[in-house]
Design a protein around this ligand. Structure first.
Ligand code: ADP
Ligand code: MG
Length: 461
């Protein structure tokens, strides 16, 4: 599609919704996108109105990459997306994020031109105040708080926090950032928060645009560097090397480094030993799944923030059924809130069972090769048969390589099983596909975008 900069806002919005509609199922579209509106579209930002604050949380959590790619597709430029809660008159909705775009613009230094890699995302909702402390996370919390209060001066450098999906790693990392930016008595720390995926993508883009010097300089001049999900550096050798030098420069000059990862450093795969070794220089601490009481406390806090009253039996019901992922815990509550507000009915235990019961039963369903095949073929608009067959048409072959790669990455299946699911391919053909993707992943920004989108879809389907 031709980029059209003079696109009228409302025409843009209609097209935008069409693009979104193609990529999500009907029910999600009606629940999460239909009620949205456009407030403003400018050169570099898109402001979307949401009826309730929990729409914002849900969209940020589940659909941010979709919103970004849809706007990128229509505008041919990237815009920052912010939300405004319109239903401010509603006494029930006491969310503190109301009316403020959730991602404040980064304070821009007067003279310096702003590069793509400087566009960081700090979510003001992720603070120490909104973080519930329990046995499972109290040590990580205490260490993070200490680091946030006196960055670079504790023995916790780097501070490494590891734990499973949805246990609060990103929340606590962003809480450190928010604290350093707003609470340290006016100390002007230069704080950078970045996911390892963005770090990688930006690095690729900086190579393509001859900006590696600026890129490296950007990170080396930070006082506090927070990198999320380090495990995604696996097998990305040049990125690791770049990070290694940045790490050394910062550490030597006493700057604070905080890293999160999904397992202890010693168990990371595909990372250089010298990096793993450095990760253990400071403090390594974990976050465990929360116990029942902590789960209930988290739900209560969330309901409080949203200003809704919910009876205890409902908190118990949710906390009993979701035991190991706080994101899903919150997701259930949000789903319930959405249902009750769309129907205009008060929340009761019966409703909770009706709305969530089925989900709790399906919840244990892991990602399967079949589900990945379906998602990939839908995404590239090809049939399942083509995907599994022998066609060598370029777009089919690429989709197939990606599907095989994701089957390896997101399921526990053996190469042999994967081969069987793809029309009986042998083990070496499967390896070839995986290598093919891994080799290009670093160099090809479009491919990395596809893979991130598809991973999101597989995880959230
Ligand atoms: P991770 O990065 O470990 O996958 P996140 O930090 O994204 O997990 O957490 C998932 C969701 O759970 C976020 O919305 C976060 O605010 C919430 N959450 C996690 N831990 C806590 C906690 N201790 N108190 C309150 N909310 C939490
Ligand atoms: Mg995270």
């Amino acid at each position: 599609m031709e980029p059209d900069f003079s696109l009228d806002q409302h025409i843009f919005w209609d097209r935008f919704l069409e693009v979104v509609k193609e990529r999500v199922n009907n029910q999600s579209f009606n629940t999460w996108f239909k009620p949205l509106g456009i407030v403003d579209l400018s050169e570099d930002s898109l402001v979307i109105s949401v009826p309730k604050s929990y729409y914002q949380s849900w969209l940020e959590e589940h659909y941010l990459s979709l919103l970004n790619s849809a706007s990128q597709q229509l505008l041919d430029r990237s815009v920052s997306i912010t939300f405004i809660v319109t239903d401010t008159g509603d006494a029930v909705d006491k969310s503190p994020v109301k009316k403020v775009p959730s991602y404040p613009a980064i304070p821009q230094k007067d003279v310096e031109q702003q590069y793509f890699f400087e566009q960081q995302v700090i979510n003001p909702r992720f603070t120490f105040d909104s973080f519930v402390i329990g046995n499972s996370n109290q040590f990580a919390h205490a260490a993070s708080k200490a680091v946030a209060e006196s960055p670079g001066t504790t023995a916790f450098n780097p501070l490494v926090i590891y734990g499973g999906v949805g246990l609060g790693k990103t929340h606590i990392l962003q809480a450190i950032a928010n604290h350093c930016l707003h609470c340290n008595n006016g100390d002007r720390n230069r704080v950078i928060v970045v996911s390892s995926e963005k770090f990688t993508m930006d690095f690729i883009m900086s190579i393509q645009n001859n900006l590696t010097h600026q890129y490296s300089n950007y990170y080396r001049t930070s006082d506090v560097l927070l990198v999320d999900d380090i495990q995604f550096f696996n097998n990305k050798e040049r990125t690791q090397e770049e990070f290694f030098h940045i790490f050394n420069a910062l550490h030597q000059s006493g700057k604070q480094i905080v890293l999160t990862m999904d397992r202890p450093p010693s168990q990371l795969k595909g990372l250089a030993d010298r990096l793993i070794n450095r990760f253990q220089w400071g403090l390594v601490t974990d976050i465990q799944p929360p116990d029942f009481e902590t789960r209930v406390a988290i739900l209560k806090k969330k309901a409080d923030v949203d200003g809704v009253f919910i009876e205890n039996a409902i908190f118990d019901y949710i906390a009993e059924n979701i035991t190991s992922n706080i994101r899903e815990l919150e997701g259930s509550l949000i789903r319930l809130l959405a249902y009750s507000s769309l129907r205009g009915q008060d929340i009761c235990l019966d409703m909770a069972k009706r709305v969530l019961g089925e989900m709790f039963m399906k919840k244990t369903k892991p990602i399967t090769i079949e589900s990945i095949q379906k998602i990939v073929s839908d995404y590239f608009s090809i049939t399942n048969n083509l995907l599994m067959g022998n066609s060598r048409r370029k777009e089919v072959a690429v989709a197939r390589h990606i599907a095989i790669y994701l089957s390896k990455k997101l399921t526990d299946s053996s190469l042999k099983t994967i081969g069987l699911h793809f029309g009986g391919r042998d083990h070496s053909t499967v390896i070839h596909s995986i290598n093919n993707v891994e080799k290009k992943y670093m160099k090809d920004a479009t491919l990395s975008k596809h893979i991130m989108n598809l991973t999101d879809k597989a995880r959230n389907s």
